[in-house]
Design a protein around this ligand. Structure first.
Ligand code: C5P
Length: 401
């Protein structure tokens, strides 16, 4: 699947460097021509000779390379590569890239390549969550770098959390998916924020109110938008899906947190898609103590949550705003009412509570409405449906811009 592809694999100094040997083997197995660059720290974890033996080429470790044709190894390698993959990428490497440092071969190479760049970060979970690291990742995404998100689990340091490098199979598969399928770049360079999944509104320390949204539609839209060339930020509530690796991802729990996360990320946003099933109400107060079973009846007092979609559409210069409507009756009437009331550019409506489609399913159908138009997208896989909806959004966005 990767034959004729020239992959430049950069290994930086983390314990996950040993997994890069397996990644190299997988790339080779798929027919790729692979050259390896290692930072100084990486060579402390794995010997360059191992990568040389598996790739069949000398490993590049130095910026000032007397072996390089024109003594400019970084330029020669940058011109050679079809794709640059940094796995593992340490916090230091992310910081170097985000700030444009060029003090070793890899950081210089990063500035010199014009090919797609993939980073698979690996670090301690506290380092990963640090605002500085998160800011660097966000910056890199705006530079068009493809993030292969770290996974959650036991770490080499013995702690649990998010920060383990994605498995070599995942990284290899992502490259295969991206490099072998060509999607029309109808959203090239646009910034898209998508909400997905269900919010969870705590009632007490152990209970919460939520709904049946799986997040599948929103996640499929994030993939379709990313494949169409957009820079995607996915803000997700509770979901049944693995944490995505293809975009910048923000995890939230409550509607208020989702509202805050959206408004932190809405600057420069061209298109906003509210696919999340946001709880309309939250319990007025979440006590510190578990609610005790006493009377036969218990009354909950609920407070209305902010309407994220309506608030985005009410911005002074709003992005192209797309909402969803899940209805059990009078689909067009309620969907059009939301379109007007919330001042949306487009609304995608679907039936819920029926046997076919809707929540938790892999398939769905949508009736899409905008001010002077309507289109039905018939029942199909959510991944296919997402591509059709993204194409329609791109069409309507271009009609207005
Ligand atoms: O008004 P209703 O909840 O039916 O509208 C659904 C649409 O509004 C969806 O796109 C959903 O993501 C969005 N929504 C929101 N914030 C809320 C409630 C709904 O963004 N508090």
């Amino acid at each position: 699947m990767l034959s004729q592809r020239r992959i430049l694999l950069a290994v930086t100094g983390g314990i996950a460097a040993y997994k890069s040997l397996e990644l190299l083997r997988l790339f080779k197995k798929q027919g790729a021509d692979v050259r390896v660059v290692m930072t100084k720290a990486a060579t402390a974890f794995v010997q360059p000779l191992s990568f040389q033996a598996l790739s069949g080429h000398a490993v590049h470790c130095h910026l000032l390379d007397t072996e390089a044709e024109h003594a400019m190894g970084h330029i020669e390698l940058a011109r050679w590569a079809d794709v640059l993959v940094i796995a593992p990428a340490t916090a230091n490497t992310l910081a170097n890239f985000a700030h444009g440092l060029a003090d070793d071969l890899l950081s210089t190479l990063y500035l010199a390549v014009t090919c797609p760049v993939y980073i698979a970060p690996a670090m301690n979970h506290v380092m990963w969550k640090h605002p500085a690291t998160q800011a660097n990742v966000k910056t890199l995404r705006t530079y068009g770098v493809n993030l292969i998100s770290p996974e959650s689990g036991e770490q080499a340091c013995g702690e649990m959390g998010i920060g383990r490098m994605a498995e070599p199979e995942t990284i290899c598969q992502q490259l295969i998916d991206d490099l072998t399928v060509t999607h029309p770049q109808i959203l090239s360079g646009l910034n898209i924020v998508i909400t997905a999944g269900a919010t969870r509104e705590p009632l007490d320390p152990v209970r919460y109110l939520t709904n049946r949204s799986s997040g599948k539609m929103g996640y499929a839209l994030a993939i379709a938008a990313q494949q169409a060339g957009a820079n995607v930020i996915l803000i997700s509530g509770v979901k049944q899906l693995p944490t995505p690796t293809y975009c910048y991802f923000v995890s939230v729990e409550t509607a208020q947190q989702m509202h805050a996360a959206v408004f932190e990320n809405i600057k420069d946003c061209d298109i906003f898609i509210g696919a999340a099933a946001v709880a309309d109400y939250r319990p007025v107060a979440c006590g510190e103590e578990k609610i005790k079973k006493q009377a036969d009846q218990l009354t909950l007092t609920l407070q209305k949550n902010p309407d994220i979609l309506a608030d985005v559409a009410a911005l002074k210069t709003p992005p192209f705003t797309v909402g969803f409507a899940a209805e059990t009756s009078d689909l067009e009437h309620y969907a059009r009412d939301k379109l007007t009331r919330k001042k949306l550019n487009m609304i995608a409506a679907n039936w819920v509570g029926r046997a076919e489609g809707g929540f938790e399913r892999d398939e769905n159908a949508l009736d899409v409405f905008w001010q002077d138009g309507k289109k039905t997208l018939p029942m199909t896989e959510k991944s296919e449906l997402a591509q059709q909806l993204i194409a329609l959004i791109a069409e309507r966005f271009n009609a207005l811009n």
